[in-house]
Design a protein around this ligand. Structure first.
Ligand code: PEP
Length: 251
């Protein structure tokens, strides 16, 4: 059966010492209060090695927030999937809406990134979600279907089974505006149906689909109670140990 997962996305926040201190705090909190779900933190590239040295990854998984669409070579400033894997990280967020919006990531680049992540043993947390205009004009299901199909449906069923999906309505990210639990459930059930059409019910039922967008301790329990919501990708609220643990304890 699919896993419930709470994953933090630190984005471009914290210096290395601040990040290491936060990771240690979360790790200690999880040792003291065992979680009923998998817990992961996705941190800036600079933080991967020092955080990996301080946490127990049987308690707290570690991931990057992106990786390059090439394996190695003359791509100044990029960080490859093999480099991420060599830090000990096990996860990588791919296709976050901020990368699609500000750095022009397309389904084509994302297919390369997903392939490289998988080749290097990293589990992609693949983000999808519509913008406000698409929510309001009613095209949101088509948009999300296209993102899933174009980004992932070149994969074999075996490789698709290694993907974690994160549905993040862009209008709810960092805005304080959460999708209602019913809106999240409708979309998650729709996505699971799209996966079932391509890979069959068993693969669809085994895929973890996380919700992201202004998730916090006060709304996590209602969201996670929905049958197709298998946890959360958490931005702002992952930067304070107490808030993040408040969300983890919603399971
Ligand atoms: C995110 O960016 O992945 C996210 C969900 O952010 P926030 O929780 O801050 O809305």
């Amino acid at each position: 059966m699919r896993k419930n997962i709470v994953a933090g996305n630190w984005k471009m926040n914290t210096t290395v010492p601040e990040g290491v201190a936060l990771a240690k705090e979360v790790n200690e909190a999880l040792k003291a209060n065992k979680a009923n779900c998998d817990v992961v933190i996705c941190v800036p590239f600079t933080h991967l090695c020092p955080v990996a040295a301080e946490i127990d990854q049987t308690v707290l998984g570690l991931g990057a927030e992106n990786c390059a669409d090439h394996k190695s070579g003359a791509y100044t400033g990029e960080v490859s999937a093999p480099m991420v894997a060599s830090t000990g990280a096990k996860y990588v967020i791919l296709g976050h809406s901020e990368r699609r919006q500000y750095y022009g990531e397309t389904s084509e680049t994302l297919r390369e990134k997903v392939a490289l992540a998988l080749e290097n043993g990293l589990k992609p947390i693949f983000c999808i979600g519509e913008v406000l205009e698409e929510r309001e004009n009613g095209t949101y299901n088509d948009v999300v279907r296209r993102q899933v199909e174009e980004g992932l449906f070149n994969l074999s069923a075996e490789d698709f089974g290694k993907i974690i999906l994160a549905y993040e309505p862009v209008w709810a990210i960092g805005t304080g505006k959460t999708a209602t639990a019913d809106q999240a459930e409708d979309m998650h059930a729709f996505i699971r149906g799209v996966i079932a059409e391509k890979y069959g019910k068993e693969v669809a039922d085994n895929t973890s689909i996380l919700y992201g967008g202004s998730c916090k301790p006060s709304n996590a329990a209602e969201l996670f109670a929905k049958p197709d919501v298998d946890g959360g990708l958490i931005g702002g609220a992952s930067l304070k140990c107490a808030d993040f643990m408040g969300i983890v304890s919603a399971f």
